[in-house]
Design a protein around this ligand. Structure first.
Ligand code: PMP
Length: 387
């Protein structure tokens, strides 16, 4: 077997389907302006929604933590324990989110894999929104549970799916609160009602809601549903401008995860620099959630303008705005057109989104000025005229 040829052939297949990916040659990922092919562009592709990755307080606290504790935590916390900084962050995140206990995990991807595969086994059924993040899907696969995908945000389909199974079977309903590709939100009120009716527990992924909704605490807090959502995970890597993930739940569930989460037990914990920055981000949002509110306002303005230009933005109601193009070649033309106008939006293709819903994905940020908002809207106006 010639393995080089095997993989080269697979690459050819990906290229043929117009799905070949390379890492874009841009100067940086999180900054407000980036340079692409020599052109300075407004960066609407990063998840640095509040601009916190460059915040002085986060940088200072990160450096302080390095100076005090060094560059690595050097082992799993189960083996060596941890510096007090880690425990403080877990206490702070639990208080911030309104839960009894918190646990820090390596990344959002690792968290979903670790939580779901610890909670569920092949005797469980997991009901998962069809648009949930890939890490949730992979977590379910890893757990060995039966995977039942319900149509996106379709509560009738969820009820129909739940009804099919015995009340006594262990069930988990899992959903993103803000969907990363469509920018809409989960119907948590109905999900919780159904979970009660069919005796399921509920887990949410607040990756894209944290820092923005519910005074920065997420959509669960906005709806006052902390008592009803059993497992609340999210990331520090998006609105909070840093890296890593958290999970908040009851003391019992967190103790169980410490004992059963393989991504927690068998992996070196986050470095002190990251914990320092995460703590600074929580401290900042605890005292001031105006950035999230500003972002929500900006998003409404941009969404309305795009709709008036005739763009299909699906049911977005958040800072993530999909602009459906629907054709792969046109998608890249549109992306290049916007770059020429000084706006960089991510081009999203299958398998990240369903075929024929190829889209530009705008991730807005709270630090946009009125002039920059006008630039975005003008660029899309010109795009609408040449599509
Ligand atoms: N959950 C959701 C909903 C996400 O969008 C992402 C990242 N794209 C993750 C989890 C993974 O988070 P991380 O990047 O911290 O691994």
């Amino acid at each position: 077997m010639n393995y080089e040829n095997l993989f080269a052939q697979k690459i050819q297949e990906i290229k043929k389907a117009n799905l070949f990916r390379t890492i874009p040659e841009i100067t940086a990922g999180a900054e407000k302006y980036i340079t692409i092919e020599g052109k300075k562009c407004l960066n609407l592709a990063s998840n640095n929604y509040l601009g916190l990755s460059l915040n002085e307080k986060l940088k200072t606290e990160s450096i302080k933590a390095i100076n005090k504790y060094g560059c690595s935590s050097s082992a799993s916390r189960i083996v060596t324990g941890n510096y007090s900084l880690y425990t403080i962050l877990e206490e702070e995140i639990a208080k911030f989110k309104g839960y009894e206990k918190g646990l820090i995990l390596g990344s959002g991807y690792v968290a979903n894999l670790s939580i779901i595969s610890a909670i569920c086994d092949n005797k469980w059924i997991v009901f998962s929104d069809r648009l949930n993040h890939a890490s949730i899907i992979d977590g379910i696969k890893l757990s060995g549970a039966k995977h039942v995908r319900y149509k996106h945000n379709d509560m009738d389909h969820l009820r129909y799916s739940l009804k099919k199974y015995d009340k006594d079977v262990k069930k988990l309903i899992v959903t993103d609160t803000v969907f990363s590709m469509d920018g809409d939100t989960a119907n948590l009120i109905e999900i919780v009602k159904l979970a009660k009716d069919y005796q399921a527990i509920v887990m949410v992924d607040e990756a894209h809601a944290t820092g923005i909704f519910g005074k920065g605490r997420g959509l669960v807090h906005e709806l006052g549903m902390e008592k009803e959502i059993d497992i609340n995970m999210g990331t520090f890597s998006k609105g909070l401008g840093s890296f890593g993930a958290y999970v908040c739940a009851s003391k019992t569930i967190i103790e169980y995860l410490i004992n059963k989460s393989r991504g927690f037990i068998f992996s070196t914990s986050l470095p002190p620099s990251v914990i320092g920055a995460n703590l600074a981000a929580i401290e900042l949002l605890k005292n001031n959630y105006s950035l999230g509110l500003k972002l929500i306002n900006i998003s409404e303005i941009v969404r309305k303008s795009l709709a008036s230009l005739g763009f299909n933005t699906l049911n977005s109601s958040t800072q993530i705005i999909p602009v459906i193009i629907g054709d792969r070649k046109k998608l890249f033309m549109a992306k290049d057109f916007l770059i020429k106008k000084g706006v960089f939006a991510a081009a999203i293709r299958p398998p990240s989104v369903p075929i024929n819903t190829e889209r530009l994905r705008i991730s807005l940020r709270a630090d946009l000025t009125d002039d920059e908002l006008n630039l975005i809207i003008q660029a899309f106006k010109e795009l609408s005229q040449c599509l």
